[in-house]
Design a protein around this ligand. Structure first.
Ligand code: DMJ
Length: 419
């Protein structure tokens, strides 16, 4: 379905590669078709395709991107036809039949999947006037607000038939991550009027700090994984995005804790940089431990890979914007050089299977988020702050910039006009 083309459009635009952008647009006009008999992930299609198309629309003003985004969103709506309105993880684009991943706790939907639709769906309602998108995501929010949370934490799994939590696992990495990110960004995107989202974010982060964030023996701050009341002292590469999130949320945090959250962002950035620096390739592993004398290193062979992920560079960029400490550019440059040295292949860039091996093998995949996120955040890290200022743009979880909606001028269904 051309995920790489759609995911890369706004990066091309931002970098001024307008001929390549036009080529991408042409491909989309001619070939992008959502009538295929294929089962897709609702979350991935939303963040990469809908997010990518909406950002391309806002940046270029070309109607075709909006039209395609709306066509695709229509195809996702049947996924919400569940007893609770919590969407299935997957939907068949042709038949509209949905289902969940076989591996997810007792038929559950995933927090980071059904909780990462808000930004795009609010924009879809804003652009089309169709209330359906907004209503779907507000329904999810209301349902979550009514549920008990063990220790104040949100479990990663929720059953869409019964409306009950699955296993009590909580993560700021895979399966949980962008749920928290979208609470904060819903508030930012609403020009800070969606105070319900901000409060939900603050409460969630408070519980995460209490139960999941610790310091290692040598003083590295890390975010562990909560499994049935036990803290696993392991942090994922995915979790490293949280440094940027804490910095982005610092302003507006309760009890005058802005300085605390900026500091927490800096500590996470430092820990994640250590996870890169302690490897042979100077690229970070998929997951790293803080256990039995081991700190910020991967232990299991199947956690030693690097698949061109953006989260560490994303955090460097946010920290750069908020502090202008030159170390963030230096760390970003180290990562850029390592990617160029170890991941560049004749047809593009590839993931590597072991960042601790001086002789790494390739996985032969260039993930679409490499162009959407990793290269975009690197480019922004070395650009001036007036390229996509954070006062006016909010980046979706796939690094697609969407404009702040000045809510005073907008009436969304179910909300009072705030004039
Ligand atoms: C991206 O697709 C998104 O950032 C998502 O939220 C999780 N991580 C991948 C890239 O690592």
């Amino acid at each position: 379905m051309g995920a790489t083309i759609v995911d890369a459009l706004d990066t091309l635009f931002i970098m001024g590669l307008h001929d390549e952008f036009k080529d991408g647009q042409e491909w989309i006009v001619q070939n992008l078709d959502f009538g295929v008999n294929a089962e897709v992930s609702v979350f991935e299609v939303n963040i990469r395709f809908i997010g990518g198309l909406l950002a391309a629309y806002y940046l270029s003003g070309q109607e075709v991107f909006k039209v395609k985004a709306v066509q695709l969103a229509e195809k996702l709506l049947p996924a919400f036809n569940t007893p609770t309105g919590i969407p299935w993880a997957m939907v068949n684009l042709k038949s509209g039949v949905g289902r969940n991943w076989g591996w997810a706790s007792a038929g559950s939907s995933i927090l980071a999947e059904f909780g990462t639709l808000h930004m795009e769906f609010v924009h879809l309602t804003y652009l089309t006037g169709n209330p359906a998108y907004y209503q779907k995501v507000m329904h999810i929010r209301k349902l979550l607000a009514k549920m008990d949370r063990p220790n104040g934490l949100y479990p990663n799994y929720l059953n869409p038939r019964t409306g009950r939590w699955g296993q009590h696992h909580t993560s700021v990495g895979g399966l949980g991550d962008s749920f928290y990110e979208y609470l904060l960004k819903a508030w930012l995107m609403s020009d800070k009027t969606d105070t319900e989202a901000r409060k939900t974010y603050d409460d969630a982060i408070e519980a995460i700090e209490r139960h999941l964030i610790r310091k290692s023996n040598s003083g590295l701050t890390f975010i562990g994984e909560w499994k049935n009341g036990h803290l696993e002292r392991k942090m994922g590469h995915l979790t490293c995005f949280a440094g940027g999130m804490f910095a982005l949320g610092a302003d507006g945090s309760p009890d005058d804790k802005a300085g605390h959250y900026l500091q927490l962002g800096a500590e996470i950035a430092h820990t994640c940089h250590e996870s890169y620096d302690r490897t042979v390739l100077k690229l970070g592993p998929e997951a790293f431990k803080f256990d039995s004398g081991l700190e910020a290193v991967a232990v299991r062979q199947n956690e030693k890979y690097y698949i061109l992920r953006p989260e560490v560079i994303e955090t460097y960029w946010y920290m750069w914007r908020f502090t202008h400490d030159p170390k963030y550019r230096q760390w970003g440059w180290e990562a850029a050089q390592a990617i160029d040295k170890y991941c560049r292949v004749s047809g593009g860039f590839s993931g590597v299977k072991d960042v601790y091996s001086s002789n790494p093998t390739y996985d032969d995949v260039q993930q679409s988020f490499f162009l959407a996120e990793t290269l975009k955040y690197l480019y922004l890290l070395f650009s001036s702050d007036d390229l996509l200022p954070l006062e006016s743009w909010v980046f979706n979880t796939e690094a697609h910039p969407l404009p702040v909606l000045h809510m005073a001028n907008i009436t969304l269904p179910g909300s009072e006009p705030q004039r």
